[in-house]
Design a protein around this ligand. Structure first.
Ligand code: NAD
Ligand code: TDX
Length: 336
């Protein structure tokens, strides 16, 4: 039986991870430390509340006292908490540096002082962009070349994790995964933004020419990959985790969603491109396959359909999320 400190468990991937873990590892204890920023939502965890072994703590990973107190109490840290949206980091990167870099360092320091293991959840964006002309994929040996302030803050946090391992022998693992999709994803990210806009009768903003490629990973595949890393991963090792899509660009994703919702291409609105927009991400997950037995099991088209259905069935969830602070942000971005 383990006692796991999950940071950022009220966000998209963290809440799916807590649900995944509680159903597969009954008997384990989980403490969810989350600041509840605009992206954190306890509605994501209604089914976990009241389960034996689950406890929520409202707090900031940059608060050294809270971090040390909770790290001391647990066996293992699974670190999701982050500012996660590239567009926000382009507007102002301040919170990204505080949470993603300083917060990660405080967790590492506490893990070192209390001799705990830490798994750090990171992104393929640390490796920069691939071109459309090659078939190359990122792997664990790819050089870091982050291009957005978000990616730079995650790259800095990955370096810190490895530096604590190298210098102090801290027991760490890292997962660098591709774009996740699935239920409870905040509708500022492309897929849930597109679905919820269309359900509201609004157009979908497509940046630039729409020919940007992402390697879509269903969130449950990501949760299973983390489970495998915790079970079999080697300390000091990074694992690249990708999904089942071969090569699908944003326009193709939108067309699939439009078809699922029975709507036409007039709902696509080409808008100004994201500054510094990375053309393509693709992940080679062969190390995870070889060492952990990982392979993605959720087909993109099938789980895109299920994700669309989830947003159709859970309108009160996203209507609530799309109000307030998020609406103000959206209005300043798109003027509507
Ligand atoms: P999210 O934005 O949905 O959730 C982030 C959570 O962290 C929220 O609950 C928020 O309240 C919490 N948080 C933010 N700052 C905090 C702080 N200072 N203290 C405590 N809690 C804080 O993010 P997500 O999409 O679930 O991503 C989770 C992790 O996975 C992040 O580290 C992200 O970089 C990484 N990642 C995400 C994706 C993706 O496609 N979403 C892909 C690769 C890696
Ligand atoms: O309105 C939009 N229109 C659009 O064309 C939005 C929000 C996005 N896009 C494009 C930009 C990207 O090419 O869609 C693609 C996906 O965009 P995001 O959902 O913002 O994801 P991305 O920038 O690829 O980063 C995501 O994957 C890696 C997560 O947000 C990161 O947290 C993760 O590390």
């Amino acid at each position: 039986m383990s006692k796991i400190l999950v940071t950022g468990g009220a966000g998209f991937i963290g809440s799916n991870f807590i649900r995944y873990w509680l159903s597969r590892h009954p008997g384990d204890e989980m403490i969810n430390l989350d600041k509840l920023t605009y992206a954190g939502n306890l509605e994501n965890l209604k089914d976990a509340e009241g389960k034996p072994g689950y406890r929520f703590v409202l707090g900031d990973i940059t608060n050294v006292d809270i971090v040390r107190d909770l790290v001391r109490q647990c066996d293992l840290i699974v670190h999701f908490a982050a500012e996660s949206h590239v567009d926000r980091s382009i507007i102002d990167a301040g919170e990204f540096i505080k949470t993603n870099v300083v917060g990660t360092q405080l967790l590492l320091q506490a893990a070192k002082d209390f001799d705990k293991r830490m798994h750090h959840v990171s992104t393929d964006e640390v490796y920069g962009a691939l071109s459309l002309e090659t078939k190359k994929r990122f792997n664990e040996a790819s050089p870091f070349n982050p291009t957005s302030p978000y990616a730079a803050s995650k790259a800095a946090s990955d370096h810190l994790v490895m530096a604590y391992h190298h210098t102090h022998g801290l027991s760490v693992t890292i997962s660098n995964c591709s774009n996740n999709f699935g239920p409870y994803q905040f509708p500022e990210k492309f897929i849930p933004l597109a679905i919820t806009n269309l359900l509201e009768g609004k157009k979908v903003p497509v940046y630039g020419d729409g020919l940007y490629v992402r390697d879509w990973l269903y969130v449950d595949d990501h949760c299973r990959a983390i489970d495998l890393i915790l079970e079999k991963g080697q300390t000091g090792q990074t694992y690249c985790i990708g999904g089942m899509t071969k090569s699908v660009n944003n326009l193709a994703v939108i067309k699939k969603i439009l078809k699922l919702l029975g709507q036409g291409e007039e709902m696509i609105e080409f808008v100004k491109d994201r500054p510094g927009h990375d053309r393509r991400y693709a992940v080679d997950w062969s190390r995870a396959k070889k060492e952990l037995g990982y392979r993605p099991e959720h087909d993109f088209d099938e789980y895109l359909k299920q994700t669309v259905e989830w947003y159709q069935k859970n309108e009160p969830w996203w209507q609530n999320v799309k109000s307030g602070e998020y609406r103000e942000y959206y209005q300043t971005q798109y003027g509507k």
